[in-house]
Ligand binder design. Structure first.
Ligand code: ZN
Length: 219
């Protein structure tokens, strides 16, 4: 049987968006890559908050929710998922969590607290955009909190999806698909795709090992 090697052609590429033409691959495999872009490639998001002061009109929970949805720049070389970290601590460590501090006061006039007011202990891990409004403060109000960001996956919560769009469309010819991925800004679009393929390969390798272990057990 002749095996056709899959071919990948880059149609368009920037940090925000990548369009690929996948040639000679099975639809289910192409679709798995697409799903992995959304659900399996980790990115950073704020997950835990310690409120020190909140005299704004927003409830703590709403503030926490808003902070969780702020896309953060992610570095998958230096950080690991907490469940895969060797610290084994629920508090996390330098490899599995990042502290961001918010200390905002409206002195004598109202102000809008923005994502750019978050100060990160790791300057690489910070909001993708500094211009996301978080909360409005009236004169005299203040918000002080510690926010802990960690890696997570889109299958846990949408806030950890590195891709805002991952779409698969039919290309011209059999076994030709176009995959378009748009990044939230947490990771370069191309890295989302390469990491998705990496994760898919890891899963297949685990499955392979699991199957061969079971087959060996039965011998
Ligand atoms: Zn750790």
């Amino acid at each position: 049987m002749g095996l056709v090697l899959p071919k990948v052609k880059v149609i368009a590429e920037s940090d925000e968006e990548v369009s690929l033409q996948l040639d000679g691959i099975d639809r289910s495999y192409a679709n798995a890559i697409r799903r992995f872009c959304i659900a399996e490639v980790p990115s950073m998001a704020i997950d835990d908050i310690v409120i020190l002061e909140n005299s704004s009109v927003l409830y703590d929970e709403i503030l926490a929710h808003r902070l969780g949805m702020v896309p953060l720049r992610t570095d998958l070389e230096r950080y690991v998922l907490p469940e895969k970290c060797d610290c084994g601590s629920p508090l996390g460590c330098q490899k599995c969590r990042v502290l961001l501090v918010l200390d905002a006061v409206a002195q004598d006039k109202p102000r809008t607290v923005m994502s750019g007011d978050l100060v990160s202990e790791d300057r690489e891990i910070k909001p993708v955009s500094p211009n996301i409004p978080l909360v409005k403060l009236a004169a005299g109000q203040a918000v002080k909190l510690e926010a802990y960001a960690r890696l997570g996956r889109g299958k846990e919560h949408a806030k950890w999806q590195p891709a805002t769009v991952a779409a698969l469309t039919e290309g011209k010819g059999e076994g030709v698909f176009n995959l378009k991925v748009e990044s939230s800004g947490s990771l370069p679009a191309k890295e989302i795709v390469t990491r998705a393929i990496e994760k898919l390969e890891e899963k297949l390798a685990e499955l392979h090992k699991d199957v061969s272990d079971k087959v060996n057990d039965e011998k």
